[in-house]
Design a protein around this ligand. Structure first.
Ligand code: ATP
Ligand code: MG
Length: 283
């Protein structure tokens, strides 16, 4: 049995549950129950605050965890980053009041910087050879300069709207973060196998993201031309129709180039085009 720690509530909770569901693991909403057991995969879900996930995994209380890379870096626990999950994207940046003449890190020398990420900040300052006073605060970091508690902040930014609202300007992007799957070091063989099985499922789901399954009918003599506008594909599937001289062509196309490809295929002579969603792609 595997035990995976996910965020109990907050920005990563819903997407973590959704990801597990897409991998065929249905778990109950974690709002009330602390620990739930999945019916269809040998896994148990432990709901924690995100701050506690790296330690829980490092201690082996959980075998796996889904948590922001920022928390992994900050806590410095010995865990293995198994996979980047592509959601919960944000960055941790230094921001200063927008009127300040900030040109380089040297501006920070002797200044007070408010943050919930003192470890990551200290590493950055050391690397830059700058000495600043770090003020650790748990929340509402962005108001610290306004109320005179700090000269600058080091905090999570996603759109930057919060910074603007508080009259701040982002000056150093220090860490780019996203949700990651972490594992306890040295998992035993049985757990390792379950992890491989889980990652196989997750990768199949990821591969299908943004991909569409497209079917169309086409005169046989146009197949070669149609195939040539689909360079990315290994080989489209071609099936004969009951109408002589016509075939059905099936391909997987990235959503980004979907309309462009469809327009080209129409010009070539494709008809009855169907675009279907893809759930999983297993090689
Ligand atoms: P908890 O109660 O579990 O401690 P929290 O308040 O510390 O929750 P959330 O605000 O739910 O944390 O954010 C969880 C994670 O989501 C962050 O650590 C970060 O990795 C990621 N994240 C992505 N975008 C943002 C954002 N705009 N603001 C804050 N966190 C973000
Ligand atoms: Mg937290």
């Amino acid at each position: 049995m595997l035990r995976i720690a996910i965020q109990a509530k907050g920005r990563l909770n819903e997407e973590s549950i959704h990801l597990l569901a897409e991998a065929g693991i249905q778990v109950e909403e974690g709002k009330r129950k602390l620990l739930t057991r999945s019916e269809d995969f040998d896994i148990e879900v432990l709901y924690l605050r995100d701050d506690d996930i790296p330690q829980a995994v490092a201690m082996g209380v959980a075998d796996l965890g889904i948590v922001g890379l920022n928390e992994v870096e900050e806590k410095g626990q010995p865990v293995e980053i198994v996979h980047k999950l592509g959601f919960g994207k944000c960055r941790i940046s230094i921001a200063v009041p927008k009127g300040e003449d900030y040109r380089s890190c040297a501006w920070l020398e002797g200044k007070r910087v408010a943050t919930s990420y003192p470890v990551i900040l200290q590493k950055f300052l050391d690397a830059q050879g700058v000495r600043a006073e770090i003020h650790e605060i748990a929340g509402s970091v962005e108001i610290a300069p306004v109320v005179g508690m700090a000269d600058a902040i080091f905090d999570i930014v996603s759109s930057g709207a919060t910074l603007i609202t508080n009259g701040l300007r982002e000056v150093e992007k220090v860490l780019f973060s996203e949700a990651v799957m972490i594992a306890a070091p040295g998992l035993e063989q049985e757990k390792k196998q379950l992890l491989d099985q889980l990652m196989f499922r997750i990768e199949a789901v990821e591969r299908s993201r943004g991909m569409k399954y497209v079917l169309m009918n086409l005169p046989d003599q146009k197949i070669e031309q149609a195939t040539s506008v689909l360079p990315g594909m290994k080989s489209p599937t071609i099936l004969p129709l009951t109408i002589p001289g016509w075939s059905s062509l099936h391909v997987v196309i990235n959503e980004k180039e979907l309309w462009n490809k469809i327009e080209q295929l129409k010009v070539i002579g494709a008809q009855d085009i169907l675009v279907l969603s893809l759930e999983k792609m297993i090689y």
